[in-house]
Design a protein around this ligand. Structure first.
Ligand code: IMP
Ligand code: MG
Length: 184
């Protein structure tokens, strides 16, 4: 495989501004209430850590973990729950927080999984929304940044488990011979 080339797409300050705006929107919509923020591991871990500190209403936090299998940079549409919530969902204002909405399969799966447990409200929040790659009809309630297509890494997002700890978001270019993607 040739070494991927990374091209800077979103700077730290631009990402921070979008995360701040999302925190403000959530805080405004849930004024006077408590929210249960649920991060989707692993990809959302940095976004989640920053977002929860921008939410000013009382919060509980929890995590779920899903694996979506696919080859290289394309989603397979097969989603498996690897780790469930600890909190009970019933009667709570739940907000699912994921890194990126791509095919829509992961968030759609999680949405239905949690909706069945009767939360008071159920919303979804993503840092990135890739509009042109959707396989399942699904839109998030809170969106940080919209992009058309392309595979991105950094700020929690990986390619084959690499690049998650980069502070900026990069476009991955010139990748050939793509093996399994692995955990989401
Ligand atoms: P889905 O295709 O919407 O189900 O997204 C599944 C998961 O694939 C996301 O939560 C990410 O972890 C991963 N993913 C999708 N697109 C990208 C990308 O451009 N870069 C890195 N990971 C991605
Ligand atoms: Mg993910």
């Amino acid at each position: 495989m040739s070494e991927p080339i990374l091209k800077t797409l979103y700077s730290e300050s631009y990402i921070a501004a979008q995360v701040r705006r999302l925190g403000e929107e959530i805080s405004r919509d849930f004024h006077g209430e408590e929210v249960l923020l649920v991060g989707v591991l692993k990809g959302a871990f940095l976004f989640f850590a920053d977002l929860v500190r921008e939410v000013t209403v009382p919060t509980l936090i929890d995590f779920v973990r899903v694996a979506s299998y696919g080859h290289g940079t394309e989603s397979s549409g097969m989603v498996e729950l690897r780790q469930d919530l600890e909190f009970s969902v019933q009667g709570r204002n739940l907000i699912l927080v994921d890194d990126i909405l791509d095919s829509g399969c992961s968030l759609r799966f999680l949405y239905h999984h949690l909706h069945n447990r009767n939360p008071r409200t159920l919303k979804t929040c993503v840092l990135l929304d890739k509009k042109s790659t959707r396989k399942e009809a699904f839109e998030a309630d809170y969106v940080g940044i919209t992009l058309d297509s392309g595979f991105v890494v950094g700020y929690g997002l990986d390619y084959q488990e690499r690049y998650r700890t980069l502070k900026e978001i990069y476009l991955l270019q010139e990748v050939r011979d793509l093996p399994e993607k692995g955990l989401a």
